[in-house]
Design a protein around this ligand. Sequence first.
Ligand SMILES: C[S@@+](CC[C@H](N)C(=O)[O-])C[C@H]1O[C@@H](n2cnc3c(N)ncnc32)[C@H](O)[C@@H]1O
Length: 222
Amino acid sequence: MKADKINKQYWANIESKEILSGQYFPEELIKLLAKGSYVLDVGCGDGKVSEYLYKNKYLVTGIDIKVNALEENRKRNSDITYIKADITEKLSFADSFFDAVVIPYVFVSIIDSKMAKKAAEELIRVLKNGGILWICEATYSKDYEERYKTGKEMTGLNNVAISVFKDGKNKGKVKRFIRHYSNKELDTLFQPLNKLSQKQVNLISPSSGMKVETIVSVYGKV
Ligand SMILES: C[S@@+](CC[C@H](N)C(=O)[O-])C[C@H]1O[C@@H](n2cnc3c(N)ncnc32)[C@H](O)[C@@H]1O
């Protein structure tokens, strides 16, 4: 879908400091996972979540499509492995490699449903049996209803919002697409796994001041 192409360009081109990172950390995982476990941080951005996991004594690999952020992250902490990878494509890791996979605010940028399914399957593939998948995602918010209308016109999908450039030469053009998955959609994406817990937390976006209603789900692979 064209929307996914636009999103990938958006993430590749913005300054690392513009990544809205570290809004919520995988605290539910820390309670469940033994120290020294191998953890994959998906869409690690500027590394805040990877560094949180590292401080909690895990062996961390962070992946992202944003090469400049990965380079900056490596300079700050060479104990964390940072690799360029796109979760909508095949990952280079062996089956069942990781004890845990964390995915904070990444599916929000994956618009095409088939692509999201493929990405979920790939993340489940690299998780070992007995492993834990932790995901937090922005979900439907009443505050976005006006923006969902344009998203529906452009993509045919519900709960997809558009963000546009406010100034500069691209003023008015689409900056990026934002997909708000429901808890049911997330459960379906990760269906082969067992749901261990799910809760909603309401945060405020540091950039727009808008509510970010977030679902935090923990799944286990049998
Ligand atoms: C909203 S930021 C979240 C950063 C970090 N996970 C956090 O919560 O602190 C989304 C991140 O996902 C990355 N991303 C988007 N699409 C991706 C994809 N297809 N594969 C890998 N990373 C992706 C972006 O480059 C960006 O760093």
